[in-house]
Structure formats: C-alpha cells, structure tokens
Design a protein around this ligand. Structure first.
Ligand SMILES: Nc1nc2c(c(=O)[nH]1)N[C@H]1C(S)=C(S)[C@@H](COP(=O)(O)OP(=O)(O)OC[C@H]3O[C@@H](n4cnc5c(=O)[nH]c(N)nc54)[C@H](O)[C@@H]3O)O[C@H]1N2
Ligand SMILES: Nc1nc2c(c(=O)[nH]1)N[C@H]1C(S)=C(S)[C@@H](COP(=O)(O)OP(=O)(O)OC[C@H]3O[C@@H](n4cnc5c(=O)[nH]c(N)nc54)[C@H](O)[C@@H]3O)O[C@H]1N2
Ligand SMILES: [Mo]
Length: 768
C-alpha cells in the first residue's frame, strides 16, 4: 500500500482469527453450551436457516456450513442474557435514550410484552390479550392510509404472507421493507433489463464460471459463506476482478478455517486477481470504460477478420437497444471515464481483456451499486456489460445481487410490497373474498416523509430498528414521538423502542433458532435465499422465555383484534399449524410454491422459476434491454467531491449486523478504539490542514435548509480514494438527507453523501 497509510492489521479473512471470534462470541453472550452443537445444524437440510445473511445454502453442505458472521448472529439470538421486567423497572425511557445501541442490545433477549406507561415513563409488563386488544382498538380508530406495516427482512415466508394480508385486509399497501434501503434498486433495475426482479445464478453457476466481476460487495464480512465458492473458483484458476474503493481484506485473501491443512500452511488463497480501487460512485464510468474497451477490441477483430468480441448471435436473437447504447459508449471520453471512476484507462483495458477472454462471467454486486442516486442505472450498466457477451442465461454466467437479510428476497416474493402492481391482488381478492386496496402504499422514504409531515399516525414494525436505519435519523427521531401508535415486534431492545409514540408496545417474539410449539406440534418455517431457492427451517433451542410468542402468532393476534372476522382467513388455524399457511401461499402463487409442504425440505432448496435464466425475457419488447446511462456522474445533482466537499460512503464492520453491534472493533480493516471515526486519505488530510487522530465534526452540505451534523469524529488516515471518506452506518446516518435517494427506487444514497469537516464541537466521546 502506498502513501504511508496504516495497513489493516489482517489482510486475511477467515483463518484462526475467525475460529477464535466464534468462541468468544459464544462466551460473550453467555450462550448455553448447546449453542456450540446447534451450529452444526446451521444451513443444513433439516436444520435451521442462518439468521444472518441470505447467501445460498448448498444441497451437500460442509461439516460446518456456517461462517464467523453467522455464528455471531446465532450466539446473539441464543444469548443467555435477559432484558426482563426488572430491567425496565430500573430505568425510565428518558434515561435509556442516553444508552448506546450496543448497550441496549447487550441487555439480552426481551422476555415479556411491554407497554409504555406515560406516568412513570417506563415500559411495564402487560398480558398478550390486553396488548392485542388495545392495539386493535387504536388501529380501528385510525384511518388506514396513516398506518404503516414495516418489515425488516428476517421474518419467514409464512409470517410475511400473513403480514401483507393483515395490511391489505386492514386497508392499505403501506408495506415498506428493509429492502427499500437495500436491494430495491435491483428490484427496479432488473425487470426493465432482463424481465425478472432477482438474480439469475445458482451455486452450480459458480462451479462452472470462468470469471467473476465483483462490484461493491464486502463478501468477507457480509456473506462469508460465499468465500467457499470464490476459493473453489480461484483453485480452478478463475480470475476475480474487484471494484471497490477500499482494499477489503475479505476480497484480497482467504484462509479456510474449516480446512486444517490450509490453516497450518502459509499459503492462503488470493481472492481478487485484479483490484480496482475506484472512487465511490465511479461504477457507471468504470463499466462504461470496460464496454468502451470491448467495443474497441471488437472493432479490431472485425477489421482483422477475426472472431467477434461481442456475442452477436446472442445480441441479435435476445436483445434490444444495442445501437443507442453503442453510440453512448463511443461518445464517452476516456478522460471523463478516468476522472469519474478514479481508474486508469490501462487498468480498465486490462480488466476488459480478462472479461473478453472468458466464456462464462458472473457479475456480483451489493450496496456499493444500489445505494447511490444512480443506484438503478449502476445495475443496468452491469447488465449491459454482461449482455454484450451473452453472459445471462447460460451455465456459469449471470447476474448475482447478494441480498442482505436472510429472507428479504422471500418477503417480496410473498407480497410484502408497497407497489400494488407487484402483488397478486386479484388472486387475493378471489381467495379471501375482500376488496384489496389498489392505491400505491408508502415505501421507507415515503414513510419517513409521512412521519415528518404528520400524515403517518401509526407504525407497526415486524423486526428491525427503523429509526436508526433510515436517513436523517435526527429529524426522524424528533418527529417520531408525535405518532399515535408504535408497535415493535422484536427480539432485543433497540432505539426504535425508546423513541416511541403516544401509545407504544414492545412485543417480544421467538427467534428462528428457537423451538416453536403450537397446537399441532412443533412448527417449521421457510425462507428464500439470494439465488431464489426456498428452504425449510426448524427451531432447535428452548425459547428465551415462556412468554414469547412466534411471529405468525403475533401477526394473527393483531389481525384478530383489529379486523372483522372473515371465515376464509383462518388466523387461528394458521397459527395452530403453519403448513396451512404454506397451503395458502401455494394457492396464491402456484407457479412458485406448488406442493410447498412437500418440497420445502429439498436439499439445497427448491428454486422458483427465473425466466431470464432460461433466456425468456419478460420485458415489454420480449427481449433483454440495453439501457443507455444518463451520463458518467455518480450523482447528477451533486458535483464531484472538490475543495472542502468530500464524498462520504457509509460502511459496515465485521463487528455488526446492521444496527446491531457485536463489538466496536473493525477487526478486518484494523480499526479499533470506537466507531466514531472517519477514514480519510492522507493527501486530503494534508490539503485540509488536518491530522490523523484529530477530532472533527462532519457537516452535511445539502442545500435544503436542514442543519446536519455528527459531532466529534476521530480522523483515521486510510487508503481510501482521494476525495472520498469512509464512515460507519448507523453512526453517520444523521448526515444522509432523506431526499438523497436513488432516483427510481428511492434507496437512500448512503454511499455518496456530500459532507464537509469542521472543528469538533462537544458531543459524544469519540469512542462511544
Ligand atoms: N456481518 C454482517 N453481515 C451482513 C450485514 C451486516 O451488517 N453484518 N448486513 C446484511 C445486509 S442487510 C446487507 S444489505 C448486506 C450488505 O452487504 P454489502 O452489499 O457488502 O454492503 P456494505 O457493507 O454496505 O458495502 C459493501 C462494499 O461496497 C463498497 N463500496 C462503497 N461505495 C462503493 C461504490 O461507490 N462503488 C463500489 N463498487 N463499491 C463501493 C464498500 O467499500 C464495501 O466494501 O450484508 C448483509 N450481511
Ligand atoms: N447509512 C446507511 N444506512 C443504512 C445502510 C447503509 O449501508 N448505510 N444499510 C441499509 C440496509 S441494507 C438495511 S437492510 C437497513 C436495515 O434496517 P433494519 O432491518 O430495520 O435493521 P436491523 O438493524 O437489521 O434490525 C435489528 C433489530 O431487529 C430485531 N430482530 C432481530 N432478530 C429478529 C427476529 O427474528 N424477529 C424480529 N421480529 N425482530 C428481530 C432486533 O430487535 C434488532 O434490534 O438499514 C439501512 N440503512
Ligand atoms: Mo440490507
């Protein structure tokens, strides 16, 4: 590494460090001894689906089919610690508002339903029946357009189906999802280009691929089980080309902690064969550069009478819109491409040559593409690149969005969506004999707008930590207490419980790893992974408290207390036996879920049909579409970083799962001493007259009359591209303007926030 920047203290993901971390995570949580054994059932046929990420679960799993992140998530859920009524008797809500996110969740699992008591400013225990009764009364008194049913992407297919039905029977499509902050850009981009909202590849494609292009996804931390596929590909000599503003250790090297031989030998696997450290937001320019180099090579081949570089047979038969796209690529200048991407022409030409030499290429991506003003265009550019050589719908090739939450993709599949055109409303109408609402519902950004302008009156949260995860967190928190009703279905205490409405409930639920016993016996649940495969999941551990209810039971409880009875919607029978919910899902979505109960234990999962994977294009033209980008800029409304203005991209560390912090260190990136830091290039520090170690405030520069400031951040000199600054999510979320979101999908543009640095003003300690 250049410029005297500190080296991250480990360049290797996995390895002994991982094993040690798994052990200490279980210890830190004082998890019951059996949790160690339960890990052996993680992501196995007949076992349980990991509660961490959504990566595919193989039909022939390894002895340990879990990773460090997954083991930490398991330990987090199975913790021996309890956040019980005695805890809530000790502290007022006002007092708890000063606690850190880490300290709140560190209290352990919630054990009993709680209602906020205004007189004492405390959460007090309440019985389930009276909780449901009051929530039902409140919901019946409110007008449906003002009530929001949010879900975080963890809840099962069964729960999610019941939840969307609850919202629609109640009278709205207000079903925002964590996906609105995540891969919604994918769900908007891909239908227009290839006619499906999800990725096209499976694990078998990874076995057959001969090249991987990797954009803005931090595999070592966020989907580490995928490292096995990458390592196997590397063993076969498959090149991996990575585009990322940071040299992420997990994308550099990997030691397999499950391979004793490898642990003992110094030879670890190099993951990325070419690493392009592009500027945050430089992806459109970079991919355009790749396409430009490909076109040049194709021109040369044509002139020399050699085989074409473009897959013209595929393009002719399967695509539409090549000509205007080629014009746009030819019109783009190399100087513009170099400036916006931060990469050299030579580096891009080298990557393009690798691409052209491969017959089967997979394009992998994550939040580095989706969380931008041009989030949708970014993904369409990657699709353009793949289409040029027919890399969609053949073995070993395709597009691979790596989803976040373990069932976030599945929630969309069973109807959690604010977009009425994406829900099978006619089918629901016929199946349940009611008039489903047809008006568009609120997504996450629109929910926040409604909270700010007072039109949203009630918020039901099926998991998640909404007020911490959204943009403009300071503004949203300030407006949140004006809500009439807030209900959070949760496993652990978080800030979204403390910033509450006039009537507020915390409803504690079973986690997926816990045994769920109902009238007909022990129940199973199911989830969809990133590759469109559905898996059954069985709880294995005793529940954290006898008072917990399952998520399906809580959704049914709210529904029964709120809605007029409908004999066609048998809430109680569904809770008694979840296989009946699966029958209902199969009836609503026969193409995907026929024989659901029989197929859910298929090793490796059963896959939903993905038309594009068979080169069937469900687009208006019946072909895959090339889409012309709107220019090279990361943000059409915001100049490139210049002068005092820096471009902040927000990050996750290996010590967190979203707003859940397992610890404060970023072990892989070698950053310790707290998360209130900014990673800045040494040249920018010098240029701005600042020094590493110094404290500053980060200040938003959006020109909308709102003051945005995060105080007292410690500067760390780091190998980031000049002009770009790394900072942590959720600590930096007050800097992210609500209106700064992907243009078509409304995913908050958390990877390009314009900020300035100012002298520190008193605020939270830099470590805290
Ligand atoms: N352990 C753990 N696992 C998780 C999560 C977690 O918090 N912890 N969260 C889960 C969830 S909900 C999700 S959505 C996923 C998120 O997983 P990812 O998709 O990996 O998301 P991030 O960690 O936000 O950032 C991804 C990478 O994008 C890079 N990047 C930033 N800006 C740009 C850019 O402009 N261009 C490019 N090419 N790269 C850029 C960053 O350096 C980083 O390496 O992980 C899931 N899994
Ligand atoms: N600046 C910035 N902001 C971001 C992002 C970013 O990269 N940068 N990433 C965005 C992304 S990709 C996402 S997905 C969102 C995440 O937003 P959310 O999904 O809303 O947040 P989480 O932090 O995953 O939610 C954690 C809480 O979920 C609850 N929980 C855990 N397990 C269960 C369970 O089994 N059932 C129930 N009912 N509750 C449970 C616990 O109480 C825990 O406190 O944040 C987004 N916000
Ligand atoms: Mo996510």
């Amino acid at each position: 590494m250049k410029t005297g920047v500190p080296e991250p203290h480990s360049h290797t993901a996995g390895g002994w460090g991982s094993l040690k971390e798994v052990g200490s995570a279980l210890l830190q949580e004082q998890a019951p001894l059996k949790s160690g054994q339960v890990l052996l059932k993680q992501n196995k046929p007949q076992g349980f689906a990991c509660v961490s990420c959504a990566w595919a679960k193989p039909a022939h799993p390894r002895p340990f089919e879990f990773c460090e992140s997954g083991a930490k998530a398991t330990a987090w859920e199975l913790t021996g610690k309890r956040c019980d009524p005695a805890f809530f008797a000790r502290y007022t809500v006002r007092e708890l508002l000063d606690w850190s996110d880490f300290a709140l969740e560190e209290q352990g699992r919630l054990t009993t339903p709680l209602r906020w008591d205004a007189a004492s400013d405390r959460y007090v225990p309440v019985d389930w029946d009276s909780a449901f009764a009051e929530i039902g009364r409140e919901l019946r008194a409110l007008a449906p357009p003002g009530v929001v049913f949010y879900s975080s992407g963890r809840a099962s297919l069964e729960t999610s189906y019941m939840y969307q039905l609850l919202a629609r029977l109640y009278g709205n499509n207000n079903l925002p999802d964590s996906s609105n902050m995540c891969h919604e850009s994918t769900s908007v981009a891909l239908p227009k280009t290839i006619g499906v909202p999800i990725g096209t590849v499976t694990l078998e494609d990874f076995e057959q691929t001969d090249c991987l292009f990797f954009f803005g996804q931090n595999v070592g931390t966020n989907s580490p089980r995928m490292l096995h596929q990458l390592q196997e590909a590397r063993r076969r000599g498959v090149p991996i080309i990575t585009f990322n503003p940071l040299h992420e250790p997990g994308l550099m090297h990997f030691v397999n902690p499950q391979s004793p031989l490898e642990m003992l030998s110094p030879g670890d696997t190099t993951i990325s064969t070419q690493y392009l450290q592009l500027r945050a937001g430089g992806d459109i320019a970079a991919i355009l550069g790749l396409c430009k180099a490909l076109l040049a090579a194709d021109d040369a081949a044509l002139a020399a009478g050699q085989p074409r570089v473009l897959d013209t047979a595929f393009i002719d038969q399967h695509t539409h819109g090549l000509a205007p796209f080629v014009d746009a690529v030819r019109a783009a200048s190399w100087s513009g491409i170099e400036r916006e991407s931060g990469l050299t022409r030579a580096a891009l030409e080298q990557a393009a040559a690798t691409y052209a030499a491969a017959e089967r290429v997979i394009g992998v991506f994550g939040m580095g593409l989706t969380q931008h003003r041009n989030g949708v265009e970014n993904i369409q550019m990657l699709t353009n690149l793949l289409l040029l050589r027919g890399n969609i719908g053949k073995p070993g090739a395709g597009i691979c969005p790596v989803r976040g939450h373990s069932n976030v993709q599945g929630q969309r599949t069973v109807g959690i969506t604010e977009k009425p055109e994406l829900a099978p409303l006619d089918q629901l109408q016929a199946q349940y004999q009611f008039e489903p609402p047809r008006a568009k519902g609120l997504n996450t950004v629109e929910t926040c707008e409604g909270v700010l302008d007072g039109s949203v009156r009630a918020f039901i949260g099926l998991g998640g930590n909404f007020v911490r995860a959204v943009p403009d967190t300071d503004r949203i928190e300030a407006a949140w207490s004006r809500l009439r009703l807030t209900v959070q279905v949760s496993t652990k205490l978080n800030r979204s419980h403390l910033v509450h409405g006039e009537v507020s409930y915390i409803l504690p639920c079973l986690g997926r790893i816990e045994i769920d016993r109902q009238a007909s016996g022990e129940q199973a649940l199911s989830v969809e992974d990133s590759t469109g495969c559905m898996h059954g999941s069985r709880g294995m551990m005793a529940p954290a408290s006898a008072l917990l209810r399952s998520e399906p039971a809580i959704v049914a409880g709210i529904a029964q207390a709120t809605l007029a009875p409908n004999p066609l919607v048998p809430w109680q029978a569904w809770v008694d036996d979840y296989s009946l919910v699966r029958d209902a899902i199969a009836q609503t979505y026969p193409e995907i879920f026929h024989d659901f109960n029989q197929r859910m234990w298929t090793p490796g999962g059963f896959r939903r049909p993905v038309a594009a994977a068979e080169r069937k294009w469900k687009t208006p033209s019946g072909k895959a579409e090339f889409i012309v980008p709107d220019g090279l800029l990361a943000d059409p409304d915001q100049a490139a970083p210049e002068g005092q203005v820096l471009r902040l991209f927000t990050l996750r560390s290996d010590g967190q799962f979203n707003t859940t912090l397992y610890n404060e260190d970023d072990r892989f990136r070698g950053i310790s001493g707290g998360r209130r830091v900014l990673l800045v290039h040494p040249a920018d520090l010098r240029r701005l007259g600042l020094e590493a170690g110094q404290r500053v405030d980060a200040v938003g520069v959006a020109d909308d009359g709102v003051a945005r400031r995060v105080r007292n951040l410690r500067l760390v000199a780091y190998d980031v591209p000049a002009g770009c600054v790394g900072g942590y999510y959720p600590e930096c979320n007050p800097l992210l303007p609500l209106a700064h979101h992907a243009r078509e999908s409304k995913v908050p543009a958390a990877k390009s926030i314009a900020i300035r640095l100012e002298a520190a003003t008193p605020g939270p300690a830099a470590g805290g």
